[in-house]
Design a protein around this ligand. Structure first.
Ligand SMILES: Cc1cc2nc3c(=O)[nH]c(=O)nc-3n(C[C@H](O)[C@H](O)[C@H](O)COP(=O)(O)OP(=O)(O)OC[C@H]3O[C@@H](n4cnc5c(N)ncnc54)[C@H](O)[C@@H]3O)c2cc1C
Ligand code: SF4
Length: 501
């Protein structure tokens, strides 16, 4: 065998398992389709990052019947190289979706095969690995929180966030400092953070926290600009090799390992399995694609909010996680965040806006976003198109849209009460470009008739094949998925080290 382990994908899931296995002395090779993206000027350029989306996957695929680019990150570090780094724990109830959605889910989806207590120590480890800054004493309502101090405290709120925080408190909400994977000792407090490249690696990414140490300290290897094409199965039903394409030379190479781990994200991992002719008994492979419904409300204030000058993504709140007294439906977390820049305002506005006006508005803007835990639907799926490329089909459940519309109104009300003079916004129901939070397409479970992976994320029936990324989640949680993907990757790494390799 060329390696002990080959890991496809260097994002949130792939990075943590690569580091753990390399630390344990295993010969690890990471295959990554994207390149290492380090140019600080391009990384901070709105046109390149948010309009041309040069850090995103460059493939044209079929999305809901039309050709479009898939806006998931396609560089070393995956989503963690451009994400917002809000690393929250979910509610323990999120592991028992039947408590809130029993009318909408079959019995076998009412409980995850593991509960929060199983993952709890791995959340601690994940927060340490991604040097999350937070205040463990200010436990947010409904979601789980850390019981021991974080490695850093968050910095003081910017004046705009002090005002917003007070306004939310006046409206009966308990806002808290978002736990962020940012090293505040060196952070430059740029207004251009989520969606952009970090100029000095203050933001915790899989490259910084996992892949680079795995290579430099523990002898792992990475092949960048290399696409995993196909797994070859032997007659014994086990994976025998992986075929990859090295983009620079157009050379196809066959590599072998004792163990194969797919961490290519919830869109690419099932596609790679399907393209390799691997079938699951449950017929759930590639299905149940979720990426959070929800809403984004934008407020424009009379005075500058400092959105154009400072880092303002600081506040979160979870009071409405399980709904409100007048709307008893599970929702998710809310956060304040910046509009990425004036060009984004220009491109999203329903009418032509001159750049000068977009700059004026951007400087006075603040957005509130809310997540809705979207429900798994079998018809929402990744499949293989005739040319071998990916095909995505997705439509939100009517219950998701119902809840997202409620959130939009609620967020707009919060903004108005906080002094916004104009409010706008949209729900995620029209977005079929699938930008973030993809999960669900290879869900784990005890029953091979109902799930793709076993509780340790091994493909049912294929001893030497694991999927360790966002695909494993049976439901999408009410918070961003990154911390749970990292924690689960650390859990499965322990299992592999103790019981497999
Ligand atoms: C702008 C943005 C902001 C976000 N903010 C947050 C946030 O604040 N909090 C939060 O919790 N989550 C956030 N997310 C989501 C989070 O980043 C993702 O949930 C997480 O990174 C998913 O991890 P993953 O391991 O499943 O896949 P990814 O991190 O997407 O990694 C998959 C990797 O596999 C590579 N790959 C794909 N196919 C192949 C192939 N065939 N061969 C080789 N390599 C391949 C890709 O290039 C990629 O590097 C954000 C995402 C984005 C895009
Ligand atoms: S605000 Fe800090 S973490 Fe974000 S991009 Fe700037 S330096 Fe990096």
């Amino acid at each position: 065998m060329d390696y002990d382990v080959i890991i496809v994908g260097s994002g949130a899931g792939g990075g943590s398992v690569a580091l753990q296995l390399a630390k344990a002395g295993k010969r690890v090779l990471i295959i990554e389709r994207g390149r290492l993206f380090t140019d600080p000027e391009i990384g901070q350029n709105e046109k390149s990052m948010l309009i041309e989306r040069i850090a995103h996957d460059d493939r044209q695929i079929e999305i809901n019947g039309r050709n479009a680019r898939l806006f998931v990150s396609g560089i070393v570090g995956g989503g963690t190289s451009i994400y917002g780094a809000a690393l929250l724990r979910p509610s323990p109830d999120d592991f028992h979706p039947g408590k809130h959605y029993s009318k909408h889910l079959p019995d076998y989806l009412c409980d995850w095969p593991i509960d929060y207590e199983t993952l709890r120590p791995y959340y601690d480890q994940a927060e340490d690995l991604y040097h999350v800054a937070g205040n463990h004493q200010a436990a947010p309502p409904h979601i789980a929180s850390r019981e021991i101090p974080y490695s850093q405290l968050p910095p003081n709120l910017e004046p705009i966030n002090q005002r917003l925080s007070q306004s939310l408190i006046d409206q009966g909400i308990q806002p808290f400092h978002l736990p962020l994977g940012i090293d505040w000792n060196i952070c430059l407090r740029c207004p251009t953070c989520p969606g952009y490249g970090c100029p000095n690696e203050s933001r915790a990414s899989s490259w910084k926290c996992c892949i680079r140490p795995a290579i430099e300290k523990h002898g792992a290897e990475i092949w960048t600009e290399t696409e995993a094409l196909q797994l070859q199965l032997g007659e014994n039903g086990q994976v025998q090799s992986l075929q990859v394409l090295r983009s620079q030379t157009r050379e196809k190479v066959e590599i072998t390992a004792k163990l194969y781990i797919l961490s290519a994200g919830a869109v690419s991992s099932p596609h790679l399995l399907q393209r390799s002719g691997i079938k699951d008994r449950s017929d759930e492979l590639g299905r149940n694609y979720m990426y959070h419904a929800g809403a984004l409300a934008v407020g424009f204030f009379k005075r500058p909010t400092s959105a154009a000058e400072r880092f303002i993504k600081q506040l979160g709140w979870t009071d409405d996680y399980f709904g409100t007294p007048s709307f008893e439906h599970k929702l998710g977390y809310f956060q304040a965040l910046p509009i990425p820049g004036p060009l984004s305002i220009k491109s999203e506005a329903p009418f032509p806006v001159p750049l000068s006006a977009a700059k004026f508005l951007h400087a006075r803007s603040m957005a509130f976003a809310g997540a809705v835990e979207d429900l798994p639907r079998r018809d929402n799926r990744v499949s293989v198109a005739r040319d071998g490329q990916m095909r995505l089909t997705h439509r939100f459940h009517s219950y998701d849209i119902f809840r997202a519309r409620f959130i939009l109104k609620r967020l707009q009300k919060f903004l108005k009460k906080a002094g916004a003079v104009i409010v706008a916004g949209a729900t995620a129901e029209k977005d079929d470009l699938h930008t973030a939070h993809q999960v669900g397409t290879c869900r784990f479970g005890n029953d091979p008739e109902k799930s793709v992976l076993d509780p340790n994320c091994r493909l049912h029936g294929v001893e030497n094949l694991y999927v360790i990324d966002g695909s494993f989640m049976p439901t999408s949680l009410g918070v961003g998925p990154a911390l749970t993907i990292i924690a689960n990757s650390l859990r499965v790494s322990d299992h592999i080290i103790k019981e497999v390799l």
